[in-house]
Design a protein around this ligand. Structure first.
Ligand code: SF4
Ligand code: SF4
Length: 94
């Protein structure tokens, strides 16, 4: 499953148009949102985003290991991909 780095989404809507199962929509802030229950993991949206903000779940600690895997692009990100929701987990040590 892909996820969207909301900080980088420009709201262009390109990913909404490319999804074959209408799993992507824009929220009220014009940020793309993926309905994970509809996503078939086809990977179309991953290579399309001009901001490179649709990322494979292998880059999100909350989603790692949940589907997708080899079918998804990996390893070519900008390094900003780990700022997904819940990324604060594990920050206990100070
Ligand atoms: S293609 Fe990328 S920048 Fe455009 S709406 Fe989708 S996630 Fe946002
Ligand atoms: S991986 Fe395919 S089905 Fe899932 S959101 Fe992207 S385009 Fe839609």
């Amino acid at each position: 499953m892909p996820w969207i780095n909301e900080d980088q989404c420009r709201g262009c809507g390109a990913c909404v148009r490319v999804c074959p199962v209408n799993a992507i929509s824009m929220n009220s802030s014009r940020i793309a949102v993926i309905d994970q229950s509809k996503c078939t993991k086809c990977g179309n949206c991953l290579s399309l985003c001009p901001m490179d903000c649709i990322r494979p779940n292998s880059e999100n600690s909350d989603l790692k290991g949940q589907g997708g895997g080899a079918a998804m692009r990996s390893g070519s990100g900008s390094g900003a991909g780990r700022r997904g929701p819940g990324s604060g987990l594990g920050r206990g040590r100070r």
